[in-house]
Design a protein around this ligand. Sequence first.
Ligand code: FAD
Length: 390
Amino acid sequence: VEELFAIDPLLSPEEREIRDTVAAFGERRLRPHIADWFEEGTFPAREIAPELGKLGLLGMHLEGYGCAGASATAYGLACQELEAVDSGVRSMVSVQGSLAMTAIHFYGSEEQKQRYLPAMAAGETIGCFGLTEPDYGSNPGGMRTRARRDGDDWVLNGSKMWITNGAVADVAVVWAYAEEPGQDRPRVRGFLVPAGTPGFTTREIHRKLSLRASLTAALDFDDVRLPADAVLPESRGLSSPLACLSEARFGIVFGALGAARDCLAAAIDYARTREVFDKPLAGYQLTQAKLADMALELGKGQLLALHLGRLKDRHEITGEQISAGKLNSTREAIAIARECRTILGANGITLDYPVLRHANNLESVLTYEGTAEVHQLILGKALTDADAFR
Ligand code: FAD
């Protein structure tokens, strides 16, 4: 597809090199194990994170503090190669870099940045990002988690749900309404909560049928006492976590297409060798129509992703544009994965091939970082000036 759409020549030699390095790592280190991790519902985050760190993939687009300072486009291409293996691996990298590290980089004190970012970039310290609650996903402004002052300390109460890396993380970035003396209304602020703080407990979420090679947890805070400097001092209001989400969404614009590309490659390969009614499946017009339509959507998606990458590198991208990319990539990727599954017939439902694993993963990718419907409403508002959220 890259050839069909002449995408390669649009990339710089450096971007191609980063992409190829990540692709080689994925094939060598991750792909041989991914079906087993998925089947077992596990991911060896502690083992893999330092390797991702060595490659400069954690907080890759951030500057300083041991981060690679790569371009947005290069970061997107890396996400695409990781997600070509599995959305769970890309999720780990997104949460560590685009959510937890970005929150500290954007809103942390110099001391917090020095303390956490180099170790997180190296993959020695793992972070998570707790915004969603059991009753508040698409509308995080309704969150119930509260931080109140007690002398200089903060006391945190509440719970978070569906938190990637939650149970394995050394530090949780937790968003809560902070009740501060002298303020008429509580406002959302970010808190750094180290694992092991008394009153902070985590529970791994099992029985997932999607993103099985990713660790997801519920977090509970029961009178968790934190020092004054646990708050991210520059975080003020819900716009702070939303700005982090925007960074992670951008990675998904590229990432989801990696999963789609992997499915299409598997389907083409299969169709060439599978004989039905005495000739290869690939020779039938119906199959070719499916493959052609999928290649078109994949190519168009990749061109849009690249365009958005260039806009982001010029600091010209808007939230609506990221929404458009996230909506398009995830929606088309899941459609492609499901169509590829049909080409593989019964074999397509097994873990011997990647297609249903990707399709199932993409259910989560369609839902997190703003559901498809939320992005439709963001675009709808931009098109009509009418705010459907109110
Ligand atoms: P809801 O908000 O309850 O939505 C249910 C349905 O209603 C959806 O179809 C939605 O689109 C629709 N809907 C919502 N509002 C409207 C509306 N106004 N009009 C029409 N339809 C609407 N969160 C974190 O904070 N950190 C993480 O690390 C994290 N990791 C995750 C990992 C996985 C595997 C998953 C599945 C989720 C993760 N999430 C995480 C949570 C994720 O961000 C939420 O699931 C998501 O925001 C949707 O929230 P919800 O599940 O509560 O669905």
